[in-house]
Write a protein that binds this ligand. Structure first.
Ligand code: AKB
Length: 319
């Protein structure tokens, strides 16, 4: 039986990936781990390992005992929180990755998925349709940790044959789990406010365009990358992955198509300083060519899905 471990299963992406992996491979094929117990009951149907991914001994023991076919290592501190706790962010984001790569080098894990981010781009990187091989010029601790992580992945692949695969995620927007500590979190919060009939105070400027993706596309892309045969994976740092690009005012307009009275105020904070250095849009030709990536959901459809799903969760109807 395929055995999979998701590290960081209580996070925004972790919850969604666990649900998708359970649906594809069965609940018993998936083990989950995190430093905190996931609150989602469906996620907790899988065997839970309570562990700190920075603890080399505990993690390597779990991986040696588990002999996993695939490990999705998602534990990380995101961009906004990392700026507040830079050394803790570096420790978590780097040490945990090195622990997983070492376990794969020992032969205890066959394939690793590790998420990178658009945060690897920055100051001197071009802003529009940023190519796969663009200059990486991260301006945040999170971005620096993702840039370093990408090169560690490529190094372990080249030197020890570790099959590690990665995606540079844009902002991820879904309704089954909540984000925390990111610069793109506004794009989820805004839907919750709108669905609850409240106004929203946005922490980015009205015209700050960023690359974004609907969560189901991100999860599908991740599973597709992991299912691709190794000889087709040409990029061993991390793949650019695009879907859409929008500003806070554009998502507001999209919501107002359903809820005309929805109101947004703009009060940019330190997160605007992070966002202004990130790309506005991404060129993902390499992912399309190498393993057939194609996004399915764009802003208008995502807005309907998000509003309906959140209203349904809170027992309200939307038209
Ligand atoms: C963040 O905002 O920190 C993340 C990311 C783009 O990597 N969502």
């Amino acid at each position: 039986m395929t055995k999979i471990l998701v590290i960081g299963a209580a996070g925004q992406l972790g919850i969604e990936l666990v649900l998708a992996l359970q649906a594809q491979y069965g609940v018993d094929a998936v083990d989950i781990s995190d430093i905190r117990v996931p609150e989602d009951e469906r996620v907790m149907r899988s065997r839970f390992l309570h562990l700190d991914a920075t603890d080399e001994y505990t993690l390597s023991k779990a991986l040696e005992d588990g002999r996993y076919e695939a490990v999705y290592h998602l534990a990380a501190m995101l961009s906004a929180t990392s700026e507040i706790k830079p050394l803790a962010a570096w420790n978590l984001n780097m040490q945990s990755l090195l622990n997983v790569l070492e376990a794969a080098k020992e032969g205890w894990v066959n394939r690793i998925f590790w998420p990178s981010s658009i945060a690897v781009f920055g100051g001197q990187t071009s802003k529009k349709s940023v190519p796969q091989e663009a200059l990486l010029d991260p301006m945040t601790v999170y971005g620096i940790s993702k840039q370093a992580g990408e090169y560690w992945c490529r190094y372990y692949h080249a030197k020890f044959g570790v099959d590690v695969r990665s995606i540079r995620y844009p902002g991820l927007i879904g309704h089954r789990s909540e984000p925390g500590g990111g610069t793109t979190d506004y794009a989820v919060e805004i839907y919750y406010a709108a669905a609850a009939g409240q106004s929203y105070t946005c922490f980015l400027q009205a015209n700050q365009a960023l690359p974004m993706m609907y969560m189901d596309d991100a999860v599908r892309g991740t599973l597709e990358l992991m299912e691709t045969s190794a000889d087709r994976i040409q990029v061993r740092t991390s793949y650019n992955l695009g879907a859409m690009s929008f500003t806070p005012i554009e998502v507001t307009n999209s919501i107002q198509q359903h809820l005309p009275n929805f109101n947004v105020h703009f009060k940019p904070d330190h997160r605007q300083g992070i966002a202004k250095n990130w790309p506005e849009s991404i060129d993902d030709t390499a992912a399309r060519t190498d393993w057939g990536w194609k996004p399915k959901i764009l802003l208008p459809e995502m807005t309907s899905i998000m509003l309906n799903a959140i209203r349904k969760k809170t027992q309200l109807a939307v038209h």
